[in-house]
Design a protein. Sequence first.
Length: 475
Amino acid sequence: MSTPETVPSRVVVVGGGPGGYEAALVARRLGADVTVVERAGLGGAAVLTDVMPSKTLIATAEWLTIADRAPELGIRADGLASSGAEARHHIDLAAVNTRVKALAAAQSADIRARLEREGVRIVLGEGRLDGPQRIQVRTQAGEPDETLEADVVLVATGATPRELPTARPDGERILTWTQLYELTSLPEKLVVVGSGVTGAEFAGAYTSLGADVTLVSSRDRVLPGEDADAAELLEGVFRGRGMTVLSRSRAEGARRTADGVVVTLSDGREVEGTHVLFAVGSIPTTAGLGLEEAGVRLAPSGHIQVDKVSRTSARGIYAAGDVTGVLPLASVAATQGRIAMSHALGDAVKPLSLRGVSANIFTAPEIATVGLSEARMQEAGMHYTVSMLPITRNPRAKMLGVREGFIKIFAHPSSGTVLGAVLVGPRASESVFPLTLAVTHRLTADQVAEAITVYPSMSGTIAEVARMLHHRSED
């Protein structure tokens, strides 16, 4: 009779973001003694300074884009229709940011309460590896420092905004995305440097909030890493709303002036504004953690190298989230953390697969993607079929006054298996789920088309696009 393996009893998680706290919950469920070391607050940057705050701000901006459609739907503000005056909404940014920070703090508190309820010990402080099985913790609030012994260590310390040496953030005029929520008034002229996901989201949001926005892009278009049709549509929307987009323009630095900032471009041009936001990527938080001394191999970029079950090169040490550079999504971080603990503690586990990972860009309209991109398939020389329809043909979209968006599905030319999809429109983040299921479970376009949708609904167009991919079988 075989003897069951001994479950390691001591797990230390360094970092309390999605990768960390999800790992802690799995470890507790599997019977481990778990300690989470977190220096800022439970939920990490995703909850406190990144995902949740930005999407809360963007949700506020979205209401203004909806309000802009009110007149065409027959909605008039009292006292304005007869005079012909234009109804205007004014943003109290101080109130908006107070709400943003309050919701982030509440979510952080909820996560902490959940962990404590499950029996996870939480230590506020900075953790550093002292070998593969020991964590030195410099605690906060006057508490004595601690040394934690561990059978398993998970590093989930995330990443921080990249800074240019010629444009050091000051939290007042030169900003990173973590500092925006301290603003008490709407920037009159905001320069956004970086046209990736973060830059595009904030540029779009502040345009909707009423700021005069200039977006500086070093590439030919905004969102250079995304579907070309989606990026082209969004850039057109941005320009139509009054945003200035400077393509093929690389920012070299920024300096303060008496009442604003000047951003210098590589070709010598200067762009003036009251504030500038730098959204030029992030760097992994790995410096000073004792990783290499503990035998953990780092990539040249500073990211921790991991395999498909989140193992590092050091026995007993795992890593999850943005610190690994696998895919900078909170959903992927959480999955990595869960996989790591399941593997470390001997539970059944499936290696990480990015095949069915869906992602969303929270602009207006939103851009959701899942599966293989068209650019990747073209680069790989893959054969595929594609169908696409504008959502403006959708009856529900007509009712809501939606003017921009489309649904595009890629399928294998012979089997009909759904390979990927791009959705552009309101709440694309919600609509992408059925196509995420299709990609994950290798459904065919015919199987998607056979599902009966609500009429009228935005999802009806998904089925319609899938029907366009049908090929009659031949004997």
